[in-house]
Design a protein around this ligand. Structure first.
Ligand code: SF4
Ligand code: SF4
Length: 343
């Protein structure tokens, strides 16, 4: 595994240099926000400590995606093929928690039996360059409670660690190694390695928000009908912010849009927080109130994903904690469940 040392102030320019040859998605200023967006000529990359408001998941699994096009003719329907847009892309400046969300989404979209070609093609053609969190940005970060860390490398092709004046760049996969020439720099020495280890351990110790996320599975298995679920949801507005900002939420709805004879089949993000989400064509809704929807959110992340893939479907990024308009806090919900389980 190749490792290089580069000057810290070269980092943003490297993203801009890669953007001359392929699509680069990187954090850029957008009014008061820093958002992941395709880098256009003249854009400046903003490598700030905090999370972007939007998760880069959008570029593997777009909010709205055309799956196929067709034309209706007298003889029947003619399919005009799939429309997968998977040009070589670099996701630059991803936080380790957001990169870890790709590792989690791979379990779902790229299973042995069920394969999602739309996600898989983009994933295979995207190189993820992450920057380790040497300073933990928010008190709401809790990555260490759900299996991650400020320096975790799951889902990462190239990991960059800020060592002070310079950065250690580790090319972790073959895909990442193909970008080595863009970084230049010199071969990293043992001193840089040691400093990286110190930074990793200091960053992990900065995570003060600890949540017993790994301990609640048995209670969830046994308490689908528990009275705990009766009050949990009451202040939720069902706005869907928590699911739309979440890097691991992945539910979608499929609709046809038809104009004249031409049609498109489109999938759009959906949210278990919405009343329409599980409404059946009969009119029956198996999740009739926000109680059942919030139970589903908790069960999906901390029970069903663990059953199916042996991993919690949360990376502890804290976005849902920070942006819920009524301050629902998934950390407190997990803590409350943990208290229930202790009697
Ligand atoms: S549930 Fe909340 S904290 Fe966990 S990954 Fe989703 S947005 Fe981040
Ligand atoms: S962001 Fe808050 S109010 Fe909106 S759906 Fe999620 S929990 Fe409910």
């Amino acid at each position: 595994m190749e490792k290089k040392l580069i000057a810290k102030d070269e980092l943003a320019a490297i993203a801009e240099k890669i953007a001359e040859t392929m699509t680069v998605i990187a954090p850029v200023a957008d009014e008061d926000n820093i958002l992941f967006a395709p880098l256009k000529k003249g854009d400046k990359v903003k490598l700030v400590a905090g999370n972007t408001k939007n998760a880069p998941k959008n570029y593997m699994f777009p909010r709205s995606e055309c799956m196929l096009k067709y034309t209706r003719t007298k003889a029947g329907v003619e399919f005009n093929g799939e429309t997968i847009d998977a040009a070589p892309t670099v996701l630059f400046g991803v936080k380790p928690c957001d990169a870890r969300s790709f590792w989690l989404l791979d379990f779902l979209f790229d299973q042995e039996k069920y394969k999602d070609p739309y996600y898989i093609e983009k994933r295979n053609n995207t190189t993820v360059i992450a920057i380790a969190c040497s300073k933990v940005p928010y008190t709401s970060c809790f990555c260490t409670s759900v299996g991650g860390s400020p320096t975790s490398t799951e889902g990462v092709d190239v990991m960059v660690t800020d060592l002070g004046d310079n950065c250690l760049v580790e090319f972790l996969t073959e895909k990442g190694g193909k970008l080595a020439d863009f970084f230049g720099g010199k071969k990293a020495d043992k001193k840089a390695e040691k400093k990286k280890e110190e930074i990793a351990s200091a960053a992990a110790s900065q995570i003060k928000s600890k949540v017993p996320a790994k301990d609640i599975k048995a209670w969830l298995d046994a308490n689908f009908e528990h009275e705990f679920w009766n009050t949990l949801h009451q202040k939720c507005l069902a706005c869907g912010t928590c699911t739309y900002l979440c890097p691991t939420c992945h539910c979608f709805d499929i609709q046809d849009e038809i104009k004249g004879s031409d049609g498109k089949r489109i999938r759009n993000w959906d949210s278990c927080m919405f009343w329409l989400f599980t409404k059946e064509t009969s009119g029956h809704n198996p999740r009739p109130s926000q109680k059942e929807r919030w139970r589903q959110r908790v069960m999906h992340k901390f029970r069903y994903y663990v059953d199916n893939f042996d991993a919690i479907a949360c990376v502890g990024c804290g976005r849902c904690v920070m942006f819920c308009p009524v301050n629902m806090d998934i950390r407190k919900i997990v803590e409350d469940i943990s208290k229930q389980s202790q009697g």
